[in-house]
Ligand binder design. Structure first.
Ligand SMILES: NC(=O)c1ccc[n+]([C@@H]2O[C@H](COP(=O)([O-])OP(=O)(O)OC[C@H]3O[C@@H](n4cnc5c(N)ncnc54)[C@H](OP(=O)(O)O)[C@@H]3O)[C@@H](O)[C@H]2O)c1
Length: 241
């Protein structure tokens, strides 16, 4: 699909937030590579839908937690699309349980996908990025002040690590004008963990769950914000202020 349009790679891009971001990026003129794990039908349908709008799109199965698979997937991007202008590290598995019930197997799996997986994708995408390339990592609101999270500790540790990685990469690649930022949703309206509507205002000052388009708006801002790198933007209605 090698063409002249800029290329965006979105991990976990078949559906939900990742799928929404793929559609937004295509609408903004990017050819899109959708990395997915199990949602083959959804990924292919999305690629087809994007192709219907006149952009190029390709779906590629890859387990981001396995470095060899990430290396192979980006080698294919190098051969097929030839470049990566935008990388969105959207995979972020959340299987919350109390810290007292956490096991090493769950810990390892969460860190592998949410943190190491994002690093592997950055490592293999960066050589394919021209100046003005963009990496956007998807975090979780409330990382700016470290707090105890007895439920989902593995997830919060992975996202806190991802914020640290974001800042380090931003500083390290600034001289190549590659910007690295993070967008951190609070509770989205598709969350597995949503409080009932009458309780939403107790934790979210703006009183409603976030929508996919709220998150996409911040990603779009960062694509255009040529003087912004190393930041985290909470899209969370004031959650954990
Ligand atoms: N939803 C929320 O309320 C919320 C709140 C705060 C932050 N976030 C963050 O926003 C991001 C997206 O959230 P979401 O709820 O839309 O995500 P999600 O549904 O939990 O997962 C997105 C995709 O990740 C893919 N995936 C999982 N493990 C993978 C692996 N090892 N390799 C490759 N792909 C893998 C899955 O692909 P397949 O379907 O192909 O298997 C899945 O469709 C995450 O980083 C999440 O932490 C979400």
């Amino acid at each position: 699909m090698s063409g002249s349009a800029p290329v965006a790679v979105v991990t976990g891009g078949a559906r939900r937030l990742g799928g929404h971001l793929c559609t937004m990026l295509a609408a903004r003129g990017y050819d899109v590579v959708i990395f997915y794990l199990r949602s083959t039908a959804a990924a292919q349908a999305l690629a087809q839908q994007i192709e219907g709008t006149g952009r190029r799109a390709r779906a590629r199965a890859v387990d981001v937690g396995v470095e060899a698979q990430v290396a192979a997937a980006f080698a294919e991007v190098a051969r097929t699309e030839g470049r990566v202008d935008v990388l969105v590290n959207n995979v972020g598995n959340y299987n919350p349980q109390d810290i007292t019930a956490l096991t090493p197997a769950v810990w390892d799996a969460t860190l592998a996908t949410n943190l190491s997986g994002a690093y592997y994708c950055c490592f293999h995408a960066l050589p394919l990025m021209p100046a003005e390339g963009n990496i956007i990592n998807i975090g979780m609101a409330g990382l700016n002040g470290i707090r105890a999270n007895t439920r989902g500790a593995d997830y919060y540790v992975s996202k806190t690590g991802l914020l640290s990685l974001t800042r380090s990469l931003a500083a390290g690649y600034a001289d190549r004008h590659i910007r690295v930022n993070m967008v951190s949703p609070g509770q989205l309206d598709n969350s597995v963990d949503l409080p009932p509507p009458h309780e939403m205002g107790l934790t979210v000052p703006l009183g409603r769950a976030g929508e996919l388009r709220d998150v996409a708006q911040a990603v779009e801002y960062l694509l255009d914000a040529r003087y912004v790198t190393g930041v985290n933007i909470d899209i969370a209605g004031g959650y954990r202020l």
